[in-house]
Design a protein around this ligand. Sequence first.
Ligand code: 5GP
Length: 208
Amino acid sequence: MKKQGILTIISGFSGVGKGTIVSRLLEKHPQDYCLSISATTRAPREGEADGVNYFFVSKSDFETMIREDRLLEYAQYVNNYYGTPKDFVLEKLGQGIHVILEIEMQGAKKIKEQYPETLMLFVAPPKAQDLKERLIGRGTESSEQISSRLARAAEEAVYMKDYEYIVVNDEVERAVDEIHQIITNEQDRVVRRGDFIRELSQELKELN
Ligand code: 5GP
């Protein structure tokens, strides 16, 4: 039987380096992973392209997607909508490809409720100060935006406990390899569990 891909949520505070980790994971294992591209109403940043980083849509288009049930989940984050298109994700999982969702915590919770088999990973900085320095160093947000993202991180810290794994981004390559190992182990576990359940159920039927 074809192995199903693992639906994997990767969350983490803004500025923690999730984007870099995820790109590297895809670069290292292009056959095994794909990234779900979210829709958002936020404006593109310098260097971001439509259909690559996000599908950049208007508020009214986003609301149409909500009404037509074309999103697996959506959330509001600092005055904008963000959501995960449904069809793409389900199709790739069926092809045995792991789908990575790089989403924030409200959305993660909704997905986990709907699809309990979702693997939840949280990328954390070694220290809070590293986060502040990274946000400043990235140079893509104003100082007010940095302050709201840091304030949001402080609120979001309570959600870390809901994640099955916390991966510390001390070094990108190491964090990427750790994540790959976690997802591969999870897929093996799901397959073994499924096989065991099927075999034992069959044996029990035959006994009766
Ligand atoms: P950014 O504006 O920095 O690209 O993203 C802001 C936050 O929105 C990040 O925490 C990011 O993970 C989250 N995000 C991106 N796409 C989605 C999505 O489809 N759904 C949800 N719930 N959050 C998302």
